[in-house]
Design a protein around this ligand. Sequence first.
Ligand SMILES: [Zn+2]
Length: 294
Amino acid sequence: MSKGKVRLSLDFECGWGVAQGGAWRANQAAGIYRNLRPALRRFTSRLDELEISATWAVVAGMVTPPESRDITHLRGQFANDMATFLAEADRETVDGRDLLEMVISMRCKQSFGTHTFSHLLFSDPEQGPEVVLQDLMRASEVSKSLGLDFSRIVFPRNHAGHFSTLQAVGITHARMPAINGHNPIARPGRIRRMLGAAIRPPSQVCEIKDTSGVILHHATEFLNWGAKAGNFKRMLHWRRVKQALAAAATGQDVHFWMHPFNLAEGTGLDHAVDKLLLEIGALRDAGKIDVMGF
Ligand SMILES: [Zn+2]
């Protein structure tokens, strides 16, 4: 039997991921971005203690100094939402330089990728190929200036596309949703998503080379059960996570992801993830799995 793999990746974005549409206001008012600091400190300490390395897909705008948060390339409603976000959100909602510092200064070296400069959606018809290219070039500059790897991308909200543009800016690997999962752009209803979580088998990593040359890394399991999940949904969701971990222990390749701020939403996910990390560490120490990023 071949050794299984557990991969971990994080969408590292503070309020940038919900700047579009303005949901950052409610999160900020609930103290999520303030609580993110101690939550990330606990999470990174546990990763350090267990010597687990993950891939952090960074929104470049979050880790660049305020004077270089240039969003003049953006168009339409998204440009308006971003201008409001940058003008009105608190510093800790926008600026994640302290968060990145926490990750960079870990004893157990982490790997990095990009989550674009502005968290623009590649499916947004108002942002054409030129805007996507500009956004990626800005992100690439920020990564370079900080010495962070830029060869891997996590698409904002998993809306994949523009593969030849990715290839042109030096990206070799793109994290994709599970092949057997729901289409992230279609947004199925709540019941269908819950049913999917209950009956869909945990997905295995599958890498496919796109015609552009970019490797599409499919199959990712979202750790977060959602800010409003009741006990039943949590139970179903976590059963899936446990099934995926059990699959890894029998030789499969599985990939878990979440946003660091999910640990600060007060849903109990932080404790569940902490226990999961301990289980992952124990399986690794028993020689059953290797643990890595993507
Ligand atoms: Zn995101």
